[in-house]
Design a binder for this molecule. Structure first.
Ligand SMILES: Cc1cc2nc3c(=O)[nH]c(=O)nc-3n(C[C@H](O)[C@H](O)[C@H](O)COP(=O)(O)OP(=O)(O)OC[C@H]3O[C@@H](n4cnc5c(N)ncnc54)[C@H](O)[C@@H]3O)c2cc1C
Length: 490
C-alpha cells in the first residue's frame, strides 16, 4: 500500500495563485476517523469530520445504568506505542485502568466444563483441555514442513497442518470467535495473523520462531513494538490490556472534545466526486444536504458503506471488492447478577466456547472481574457475545429470547442461579470485517482505488487490523500520508 501511495505525483496544484488553506474531509467518526482527524489537526490542516449518527465513537460506546457499566463494543484493548502516545497527548494517563492480572487466565469450555487455557509448558502438559494425543501432536510441530510460500491458507488449514485438529477445535476456533466472530475455515491466516505466518516462513516452525522472538526480547537491544504492529504481537510485546475508569468511551469522548468545531454529527456522506484535483463531498439528511470541496478525503467508514454512496462509475468499479467485505452480525448482552447467584469465582478474563460445544454463546467476558467498580456492591457482570459467522441468525433474535438462551448456557457453565438484575443488549447488524481467504483482492482494490484517485484515502478496520490499537495506528498512518500528499502541493 505504501509503495503505491509513494508513486503518486498528482497533487493539488498550488500554482493557481492565492487559495484557501488546505482542507481535508474525514468521513466516519469511529476510532479510525477520530484519530485521523486529530492527527491531521495536529499537523495544522483544516479538517471537517462527517459522522452519520448523532454520536462519535462508532463501535466504541459505554452505557452507565443503575451502577452497571456496559460496553456496546470493545471492552478492553492492547496498548502499543501509538496508543500510549495518544493517551499521553490526550492527557488520559490517570483515567487508564489496567485489566486485573487474573485476566491472564482465560477459560475454554470442553464437554460443558471450563478449563483454564494453558499458558506455560507445564500447564500444557497437565491441562485437561487437550488429550494426550493432541499434546504429542503439538510437540511434533517443529518437525512439520513449512507451507507453500505463496499459499493463502485458511486459519483452519494452517492450524490443522501445524498443530493438529484438536488445537484447532479447542484453542484456535474459540479465540477466532473472540477476535473476529469468524469462521476459521473461511478466514485467511496470512491476512488475519500475518506475523504468525511470517514466523513459519522465517524460522520453519512456530516453535523455532517463538524461541527466536523470546531470545530477541531478552536481548538488551529489544525495543517496544513497532508502530502499527497488529494485536497478535501482544503476547510477545510489552503491551498492557487496558480500558478507562469510565469505560472505553473516555477515549473517543476525549478525541471528540479535541476536535471541537470540526465535527458534523448526523451528517452522512452520500456522494463523492472529483472536481479537477479536488474532491466534492455531499453530506446531510432529510433533504438538508450541503456540498463542500476538499483537497483530500479520508473514508473511515465500514467498507460496505461505499456501496450505498453515489460514486463516479470508474471509482465504484475499482472499489467493488472493498464494498463486498463480509461483516457478520453480533449481539452483545451484558448481564448483572447478585454475587451470591453465580457459583463460579469468575476469576479470569472470561470464557471462550468452541463451535463443537454447540452453545448459543460465542464467549463471555467476566467484566466485573476484569475492571473494578463496574457493578453496584455485591454484584457481578458478564458480557456475552452471540452470533458471528458461526450462528448469524441467533444474533438477530430479540432481547427476551436472547436473554433466555444465554441464561441457559450461563446456568450450565457458570452455575448461575437467579435471574439477572440488569440486562443491556446491543445488536450489531454488521460487526467485524472478515479477512477471508482471497482478501488480497480487497487490499489490492483499496490500493488501486487510492492510486488512481489522488487525494482519496480508504481507512478503517477492514484494512490494517480490527483491534482498537490497529485502528489507532492506522489513523495515524493515514494522517501521515494525507499530510505528505498535501505538502507535495507546495
Ligand atoms: C461487538 C464488538 C466487540 C469488539 N471488541 C473488541 C475488543 O475487545 N478489543 C478490540 O481491540 N477491538 C474490539 N472490537 C473491534 C473494534 O472495536 C473495531 O474494529 C473498531 O472500533 C472499528 O473502528 P472504525 O473507526 O474503523 O469503524 P467504526 O467504529 O465502525 O466507525 C465507523 C463510523 O463511520 C460512520 N459512518 C458510516 N457511514 C457513514 C457515512 N456515509 N457518512 C459518515 N459517517 C458514516 C459510522 O456511523 C461509524 O461511526 C470489537 C468490535 C465489536 C463490534
Amino acid at each position: 500500500m505504501r509503495a503505491v501511495a509513494e508513486q503518486r505525483n498528482d497533487v493539488p496544484s498550488g500554482a493557481t495563485g492565492a487559495r484557501a488553506p488546505r482542507s481535508v474531509a474525514v468521513v466516519g467518526a469511529g476510532i479510525t476517523g477520530l484519530v485521523t482527524a486529530y492527527a491531521l489537526r495536529r499537523r495544522g490542516l483544516q479538517v471537517t469530520l462527517f459522522e452519520a449518527s448523532r454520536h462519535t465513537g462508532g463501535s466504541i460506546r459505554t452505557t452507565h445504568t443503575d451502577g452497571f457499566l456496559a460496553e456496546h463494543g470493545p471492552n478492553s484493548f492492547v496498548t502499543s506505542a501509538p496508543v500510549e502516545a495518544l493517551i499521553t497527548q490526550l492527557d488520559l494517563q490517570d483515567d487508564v485502568v489496567e485489566a486485573n492480572p487474573d485476566a491472564n487466565r482465560r477459560f475454554v469450555v470442553r464437554d460443558g466444563v471450563l478449563q483454564a487455557f494453558p499458558m506455560t509448558p507445564t500447564a500444557m502438559l497437565t491441562t485437561r483441555l487437550f488429550s494426550l494425543r493432541a499434546k504429542m501432536r503439538v510437540l511434533l510441530e517443529p518437525l512439520v514442513r513449512r507451507g507453500a510460500n505463496d499459499a493463502d491458507e485458511s486459519i483452519a488449514s494452517f492450524v490443522r497442518r501445524r498443530l493438529g485438529r484438536e488445537v484447532l477445535d479447542y484453542a484456535v476456533d474459540p479465540f477466532i470467535s473472540g477476535i473476529f466472530a469468524g469462521d476459521t475455515e473461511a478466514l485467511s491466516m496470512a491476512h488475519a495473523f500475518p506475523r504468525v505466518v511470517e514466523l513459519e516462513r522465517a524460522h520453519g516452525s512456530l516453535s523455532a520462531g517463538l524461541m527466536a522472538q523470546r531470545r530477541r526480547a531478552k536481548s538488551p537491544a529489544a525495543s517496544s513494538p513497532e508502530p502499527g504492529a497488529p494485536q497478535e504481537t501482544a503476547p510477545f510485546a510489552r503491551a498492557r490490556l487496558i480500558s478507562f475508569v469510565d469505560g472505553m468511551q473516555t477515549l473517543t469522548d476525549a478525541l471528540e472534545a479535541s476536535l471541537a468545531g470540526t465535527l458534523q454529527l448526523g451528517c452522512p456522506v452520500r456522494l463523492l466526486h472529483r472536481d479537477g484535483s479536488r474532491w466534492v463531498v455531499e453530506a446531510g439528511q432529510d433533504g438538508a444536504t450541503t456540498s463542500q470541496t476538499f483537497d483530500a478525503v479520508v473514508m473511515a467508514t465500514p467498507a460496505h458503506v461505499l456501496a450505498a454512496m453515489e460514486l463516479p462509475a470508474e471509482l465504484r468499479a475499482m472499489a467493488a471488492p472493498v464494498e463486498r467485505v463480509a461483516y457478520p452480525p453480533v449481539s452483545t448482552l451484558t448481564l448483572g447478577f447478585a454475587r451470591a447467584d453465580v457459583a463460579h469465582a469468575l476469576d479470569g478474563f472470561g470464557m471462550l466456547i468452541p463451535s463443537r460445544e454447540k452453545r448459543s454463546l460465542l464467549g463471555a467476558l467476566f467484566t466485573s472481574s476484569l475492571f473494578p467498580d463496574r457493578t453496584p456492591d455485591g454484584h457481578v457482570s458478564i458480557t456475552c457475545f452471540v452470533g458471528g459467522a458461526r450462528l448469524p441468525e441467533r444474533a438477530r433474535e430479540d432481547t427476551d429470547l436472547l436473554v433466555e438462551r444465554v441464561l441457559m448456557d450461563l446456568r450450565q457453565l457458570l452455575g448461575v442461579r437467579g435471574e439477572p438484575v440488569y440486562a443491556h443488549h446491543v445488536y450489531w447488524p454488521r460487526a467485524i470485517p472478515q479477512y477471508t481467504v482471497g482478501y488480497q483482492a480487497v487490499k489490492d482494490a483499496a490500493d488501486a482505488t487510492e492510486a488512481t484517485n489522488p487525494g482519496l484515502y480508504l481507512g478503517g478496520n477492514y484494512r490494517n487490523g480490527v483491534s482498537v490499537g490497529d485502528c489507532v495506528a492506522s489513523g495515524e498512518q493515514i494522517a501521515d500520508r494525507v499530510a505528505a500528499y498535501i505538502t507535495r502541493a507546495g
